[in-house]
Design a protein around this ligand. Structure first.
Ligand code: F6P
Length: 329
């Protein structure tokens, strides 16, 4: 699926932990595609020295694809080629497979485990929207990157007195928009979990800017962060095209422009929209993702060695997902 900072740290950790058990490790290039027939060149040996510097690298050194082996487009048809994956695993002599991904990759991993393949999962997505774990690889680095991007949008908005809309990734969940938006000092954060009224948004902006309009020394701008999957009460998701990927997802994008356009035409304020797109997932992993990569990768090997399959390693109660409560003194 989509890449995320911390993947290479997790891959390195799998190789290191496997070597503790004197197990040989190979890397499958380009996700599930690397286990389909005709892609035998997509399997490479991974040893201790090869992966030693990998934890500092962003993205994934093994590459990725949005291949769903249960729905492969071939010759104008959609075919279930999961049998090829299973037979190639056998041909390669794989005793176990660690799949790193989000709902799509891990959905395939689970389905393969149901067919008898020894597969375990590592939760990875900057969206932090997987059930059963409080942390998914890539979230913390992406959150810090997004916070910085939001802050960089603030100064021009302040200088030129406009409403700055920043569109942050997050298909079904607003964690990334919410944490980076609040951290980046956004005035409003719009998330997929709660449809928003454009008129209500307009009222909030007016109230805020009217206060500073009385005295021009005060800031006359606002930053609005919107998750790409957020939708107005009046309409559905905003997408870049109707085309669906192998997992049935349409490409989201454009809600930021829609909001900025609405503000420009329906209110007296100027507005701009920025879409940082894949830069949000780019760059080297921060310390949380390096550490979580180490923990997830080694836990995945332990799970496989212990005979586990069809299960995902998970983290419970780690920052920044910890619950904040008020205790009496
Ligand atoms: O699931 C992670 C994610 O980054 C989502 O936030 C986003 O909707 C999607 O991937 C983007 O997909 P792609 O990398 O195919 O553009």
């Amino acid at each position: 699926g989509g890449d995320a900072p911390g993947l290479n740290a997790a891959i390195k950790s799998v190789v290191y932990r496997a070597s503790d058990f004197h197990l040989e490790t190979v890397g499958i290039l380009d996700g599930w595609r690397g286990l389909l027939d005709g892609y035998s060149d997509l399997v490479i040996p991974l040893d201790y020295l090869t992966v030693r510097p990998w934890d500092r690298d962003g993205g994934t050194n093994l590459g990725s694809s949005r291949t769903n082996p249960f729905r492969v487009a071939r010759g104008g048809q959609e075919l279930d080629l999961s049998g090829e994956v299973l037979s190639n695993m056998e041909r390669l002599g794989l005793d176990g497979l660690v799949a790193m991904g989000g709902e799509d990759t891990l959905g395939v991993a689970y389905a393969l485990s149901q067919k008898g393949a020894p597969v375990v999962g590592v939760p990875k997505t900057i969206d932090k929207d997987l059930l059963g774990t409080d942390y998914t690889l890539g979230f913390d680095t992406a959150m810090c990157t997004c916070q910085e991007l939001i802050e960089r949008c603030r100064t021009p908005a302040g200088s030129h007195h406009w409403i700055q809309v920043v569109e942050i990734m997050g298909r079904h969940a607003g964690h990334l928009a919410f944490w980076s938006g609040v951290g980046g000092g956004a005035f409003v954060v719009l998330v997929p979990e709660s449809p928003f009224g454009l008129d209500h948004l307009g009222e909030l902006i007016s109230q805020r800017l009217e206060r500073s309009a009385l005295d021009r020394r005060y800031p006359r701008y606002a930053v609005i962060v919107v998750a790409e999957g957020a939708s107005p009460t009046t309409g559905g998701l905003v997408t870049t095209s109707d085309e669906k990927d192998a997992f049935g997802h349409v490409k989201l994008g454009g809600i930021g422009d829609t909001i900025a356009h609405w503000i420009r035409t329906e209110t007296s304020y100027d507005a701009r929209s920025v879409v940082p797109a894949h830069a949000q997932r780019g760059g080297p992993p921060g310390p949380v993702d390096r550490l979580m990569g180490v923990l997830f990768g080694s836990a995945a090997v332990d799970l496989l060695v212990g005979g586990g399959t069809g299960r995902m390693v998970s983290a419970k109660g780690v920052a920044p997902a910890c619950r904040i409560s008020h205790e009496s003194l």
